[in-house]
Design a protein around this ligand. Structure first.
Ligand SMILES: C[S@@+](CC[C@H](N)C(=O)[O-])C[C@H]1O[C@@H](n2cnc3c(N)ncnc32)[C@H](O)[C@@H]1O
Length: 274
């Protein structure tokens, strides 16, 4: 399928080639059933530290139920969106800057039998194509680190939430005085990495119309998880190398070192629109 060229360096980092045929062929080679469940795709589509386990934890904190209309901002190839729809029965809209990820997200969602429940649109988190107050929950995992203008990001997320609606977030954060090693899974170098430390993140959220309801330093669990990872000698049949290419091994290794060495932290939070 012909694809339009990436528009900016963040999009070029995440998808420099057509991915739909490559990934669908990898699913067949891995012997996955015709109808996919969230757990089948987790090695490939949960694009954040601690994978599906972290998504389950954030979902438990977020208070989502079958009546919730959820917006997944920076949805990647849609793993967390599909997990929420499959396990909680809610309707989810995923948006992502990377057009190729949205195409792949649609193809995987059709294979998961969730096409009527989860939909995807290519869009920038800083300029969401929705009216005010359309969503009960906004969900975002490992996206803000690519976004310099946090004030605009969080104001935009607050705008599309209903009054009293909640933002659930899981992000990498800077550690004051420490420098991350590059490349990492979200950026090849510092030109597209905009980590904020946890306290600065809290201050921008509060100024952008949110009250903090849950605030959890998720670094200790991530340290344990990275320390226990044993990368296989050969790439697995399904994994994030299918999206990011052979450099993914180095990127993931650096993410682990950054967390273990105290250069990067992890934050999980739920904030309510005031
Ligand atoms: C590390 S991936 C995380 C994907 C997904 N949230 C997950 O956890 O599986 C980061 C995603 O953020 C998207 N992204 C980065 N900047 C964005 C922006 N300004 N607007 C929308 N999406 C953005 C990227 O295209 C990429 O798909």
């Amino acid at each position: 399928m012909a694809t339009s060229p990436p528009q900016n360096p963040v999009e070029s980092h995440y998808a420099s080639r057509s991915l739909v045929d490559v990934v669908l062929a990898a699913l067949d080679a891995a012997g996955l059933p015709p109808r996919l469940a969230a757990a089948d795709l987790a090695p490939l589509d949960q694009f954040h530290a601690r994978g599906l386990e972290a998504t389950r934890e954030l979902a438990a904190l977020a208070g989502i139920d079958a009546r919730s209309r959820v917006l997944d901002v920076g949805c990647g190839i849609g793993g967390p969106s599909r997990y929420l729809a499959e396990s909680l029965g809610c309707k989810v809209v995923g948006i992502d800057l990377t057009a190729e990820y949205c195409r792949l997200a649609e193809a995987l969602t059709a294979r998961a039998g969730l096409a009527g429940t989860v939909e995807f649109r290519t869009a920038d988190a800083l300029d969401l194509p929705f009216g005010d107050g359309e969503f009960d929950r906004v969900w975002t995992q490992h996206v803000a680190m690519n976004i310099a203008d946090r004030s605009r990001l969080y104001r935009e997320l607050a705008r599309v939430l209903k009054p009293g609606g909640k933002l659930a977030l899981y992000d990498a954060v800077a550690i004051p005085g420490a420098e991350p090693l590059f490349p990492v899974p979200w950026a090849r170098d510092s030109s597209t990495s905009f980590l904020l430390d946890a306290e600065a993140t809290r201050a921008v959220l509060e100024k952008s119309g949110f009250a903090i309801r849950t605030w959890r330093d998720a670094t200790p669990e991530a340290k344990k998880w990275f320390a226990a990872l044993r990368p296989p000698a050969l790439p697995p049949k399904l994994g994030l190398h299918l999206l990011l290419g052979p450099d993914f091994r180095t990127m993931a290794g650096n993410f682990g070192r950054n967390v273990i060495e105290g250069r990067v932290g992890l934050l999980m939070a739920v904030c309510q629109k005031t």
